[in-house]
Design a binder for this molecule. Structure first.
Ligand code: PSV
Ligand code: MN
Ligand code: MN
Length: 431
């Protein structure tokens, strides 16, 4: 397998970190043993964790106002794969990449698959894009895509999704994520029911093109760019559409796509209960679809979501397998560092959720012992599982501290030389 960072650098880093890590691991192991938890089992569990990387996340993001490019940004999908390979090499938690079309549409699909394969990277669900007009496109999406009144725009949007499936198939992916920004900016602009009828009609065309072993993920979002009424605004609409379409259609929960203070973990519980939880776009937010790093604002919410996932797993076993992906925008940090950190934060919530004493919690609930029920969750959340995560990485050939090792490797500085900024790239541009 090809690696981007010299494995000697990782070994050197771990040699320095080993003594402290072993001490911390032994201390945590002892504490967990007194709680009836086997640290070795938890470390093995941590090693199974995987969250997919968004191809668009390795470039510096932007806001509606400006974009401030960083040094050594990837200039094409192959360079994006290189950066994703770094993240996976240093975390061993991100073996799949999720591509967005046409942003990252390869001219040679087989070559891209082979290129990724050399790093042992695979492809997660592919994402369609009918929220922008592309150069030379025949029909505009200005007034909607899958919901447009224009039959031509709708047909074009369906066709684009079908092409995404074809591309994804050639890449070995098994799912299509559909997010549309369709909706209305003003009351009266749209017949609300009519728009959803057209959406469903279009999605039936997309659904019909799905291979047998594929799923389509419907991603809801409260608002933006439609500021009055978004067609697929909430999980209820998403659930109704996924149910209408059939068993291959599931709902995708992007953490940033809800009103502030929404109880997202309850949405997760509901979708899991009815077999429609397809997957996640992890990120964090304070106000809206901020796309901040996972776990950076509200790590307790992330933990509570994983607590519901652990409950669903305990109930449904192997059959319960939602797909995990990061969907973030990195405006002021090195995207590689943010993505590594975020993967680790999601993995942290996963491991913490395994610390919940489910039998004790069930008994507290049975006894209406409200205080202890809440404490059962807090106890798990407050446990610092960092030594487990570091040891899991180490055993999988990754560094104890991914960001520290990445900085020591000088990868970014090297890329800044190899990938010179395009002329004018430092001026701000709307993304
Ligand atoms: C929309 O806000 C979204 O979350 C969807 O997943 C898009 O495909 C993605 O962001 C990338 O812009
Ligand atoms: Mn998303
Ligand atoms: Mn979003």
């Amino acid at each position: 397998m090809n690696t981007v960072i010299d494995s000697g650098i990782v070994e050197q880093h771990n040699a320095k970190a080993m003594a402290n890590l072993e001490a911390d691991y032994a201390a945590l192991g002892g504490m967990l043993a007194r709680r009836g938890k086997d640290i070795e089992q938890l470390t093995a569990l941590a090693q199974t964790f995987a969250v997919a990387l968004p191809s668009w996340g390795v470039g510096t993001g932007g806001t509606r106002f400006a974009r401030f490019p960083g040094p050594g940004e990837p200039r094409n999908v192959f360079e994006k794969i290189d950066d994703c390979a770094v993240i996976n090499q240093l975390t061993r938690a991100t073996p799949l990449v999720s591509l967005h079309f046409p942003w990252d549409k390869p001219t040679d699909v087989a070559a891209l698959r082979e290129y990724a394969d050399r790093y042992k990277l695979g492809f997660d669900s592919v994402n369609s894009n009918t929220f922008q007009d592309q150069l030379g496109q025949a029909h505009t999406y200005k007034y909607g895509s899958l919901t447009a009144l224009s039959a031509e725009s709708r047909a074009q949007a369906v066709q684009h999704n079908v092409e995404c499936i074809e591309l994804g198939r050639a890449l070995g992916s098994k799912g299509l994520t559909v997010w549309v920004g369709d909706g209305a900016n003003f009351p009266g602009q749209q017949n609300l029911r009519g728009a959803l009828e057209r959406y469903l009609d279009s999605m039936r065309g997309v659904y019909a093109a799905l291979p047998d072993d594929w799923q389509v993920y419907i991603e809801h979002k409260l608002f933006e760019p439609a500021f009055y009424a978004t067609t697929i605004a909430d999980w209820g609409t998403s659930f109704a559409c996924a149910t209408e379409l059939g068993p291959k259609a599931k709902c995708l929960v992007d953490l940033g796509h809800h009103a502030p203070n929404t109880n997202i973990e309850m949405i997760v519980a509901r979708l899991a209960q009815f077999g429609k939880l397809g997957g996640f776009h992890f990120n964090d937010s304070k106000y809206g679809d901020d796309d901040l790093d996972s776990g950076s604002i509200n790590p307790f919410q992330l933990f509570l979501i994983f607590n519901e996932l652990a409950d669903a797993s305990a109930r449904d076993g192997e059959a319960f397998k939602p797909s995990y992906m990061l969907d973030q925008s990195h405006n002021v940090t090195d995207p590689i560092e943010s993505l590594m950190n975020s993967a680790v934060e999601v993995q942290r919530a996963f491991v913490q959720s395994a610390l919940v004493d489910r039998a004790a919690l069930a008994q507290y609930q049975q006894d209406n012992d409200v205080l202890q029920s809440a404490q059962a969750l807090k106890h798990a959340f407050r446990t610092d599982v960092s030594p487990i995560l570091a040891m899991a990485r180490l055993r999988s050939g990754a560094p104890a501290d991914p960001v520290g090792c990445y900085r020591a490797s000088g990868y970014r500085a090297k890329q800044a030389e190899l990938r010179p900024a395009k002329a004018g790239a430092s001026s701000s541009g709307i993304v």
